[in-house]
Design a protein around this ligand. Structure first.
Ligand SMILES: [Zn+2]
Length: 406
């Protein structure tokens, strides 16, 4: 296959030392990136290319999604906090049949929004064939929960059977058993699963978790008592303090809305990646995770959408747009880095235009009459303040191809 050269007014590389290239270009051999840089340099090496009036950027990562809840889109009202939302979700899910068409649409949405890798959380592996077919990489977290030993044993047994019967995942898409949350998962099994490898844990999503861990009281305690659990020992000061001893650098800690300084210190020490799902958090509890504090503490970060049951779309850029509006002082490139954290989901090639790799490359078309004519046009800010919130589709120039594993 011949070399394809594409130039554009702006190229975002996702990496230093040149995160933004004005009048830039890329050279591609199929999906493999041969070069990225100033147009003059790339064209001198590879010849004159086609011109796109667009911002080129690395494909994105949606580090937390539940595709098999896609049929519940718009059907689970929020606003009263996590325990109330979970009860509505469980009731609605029980009375609404799953639809393959909803998962298929959701995967098409991921592609439309430029997603090359996901952290998919599943109870039934329903989305695995769709993700494989779409060539989306990352990790499928097969989630187990059950607060008592007998319940978690049954959940584990079922999950192991599902995993054993699963179709072979395509290269770049791995499967990992994973605990749901501190308030829902038998602690010794939560610890064992996180120690065993990649895992994703819903953590500190709501103040009710702190109350449950510290006082064995509140809505989560009532939920367990109504299921017949009679002994609820104090677990610890906060959900983070309970989970922290078992969190590892390859663990994802999802949500982190209700944190204190001590919690943040524990997260930094664990080295786990915090996955923020801002629109879901606003829908369910009306609160955002404190991104500036997480950044200054040095917690590694990624962004997810959560499921369509609590967010209006699966667009990582639309999620970042909410964070950008809440904290306009944060640099747009610092925010975009949250959607380029391929390593967080086991797809380290995704999110930066490194020559020799195939990270996935997308284009955000510029409106020829407006955006690029502005003298102060800043492409990263435009992505977060205009393109992202409008939920416009990205165009694929090259797909992600996982690195062959040794
Ligand atoms: Zn979730």
């Amino acid at each position: 296959m011949g070399v394809r050269v594409v130039s554009a007014p702006w190229v975002l590389t996702g990496s230093r030392p040149a995160p933004v290239v004005a009048d830039g270009a890329v050279a591609l051999d199929g999906d493999v990136l041969l070069a990225v840089g100033p147009r003059a340099e790339v064209e001198a090496r590879f010849g004159r290319g086609e011109r796109l009036e667009a911002v080129l950027l690395p494909a994105l990562v949606n580090a937390h999604v539940h595709l098999e809840l896609s049929h519940l889109r718009g059907r689970v009202p929020g606003g009263e906090g996590l325990p109330a939302w979970i009860q509505r979700l469980v009731a609605t899910r029980a009375s609404t049949p799953e639809e393959d068409a909803a998962i298929e649409d959701a995967v098409a949405q991921l592609l439309r929004f430029g997603v090359a890798a996901v952290g998919e959380v599943t109870n039934g592996l329903g989305a695995l064939p769709w993700l494989s077919r779409a060539g989306i990489a990352g990790t499928v977290f097969l989630e187990v929960f059950g607060f008592t030993a007998p319940r978690i044993e049954r959940a584990l047994e079922r999950a192991r059977q599902l995993a054993a019967a699963a179709p072979a995942a395509v290269p770049g898409l791995r499967l990992a058993l994973s605990p749901h949350a501190v308030y829902s998962t038998h602690l010794p099994i939560l610890a064992e699963l996180l120690r065993a490898g990649p895992g994703s844990l819903h953590l500190a999503e709501d103040p009710a978790e702190r109350r449950f861990c510290d006082e064995s009281a509140g809505p989560f305690a009532r939920m367990h008592r109504s299921l017949g659990v009679t002994e609820l020992p104090r677990l610890g000061r906060s959900a983070v303090s309970v989970a922290a001893p078992f969190l590892r650098p390859e663990s994802l800690a999802v949500h982190l809305v209700d944190l204190d300084d001590e919690d943040r210190g524990l997260l930094v020490a664990a080295g786990s990646t915090a996955v923020l799902c801002p629109r879901s958090n606003l829908h369910i509890g009306g609160r955002l995770a404190d991104l500036p504090r997480l950044l200054s503490a040095g917690v590694p970060l990624a962004v997810g959408t959560d499921s369509l049951a609590s967010t209006p779309s699966l667009s990582p850029l639309a999620e970042l747009a909410v964070l950008s509006r809440a904290w306009p002082q944060l640099s747009p490139l610092r925010l975009l880095a949250l959607a380029w954290n391929g390593a967080a989901v086991g797809a380290p090639g995704v999110g930066r235009l490194a020559p020799g790799s195939a990270p996935g490359l997308v284009a955000a078309p510029l409106d020829p009459d407006s955006a690029r004519e502005r003298p102060s046009f800043a492409p990263a800010r435009w992505l977060l303040e205009e393109f992202g919130p409008a939920e416009l589709p990205l165009t694929w120039l090259a797909r992600h191809r996982p690195e062959p594993t040794a």
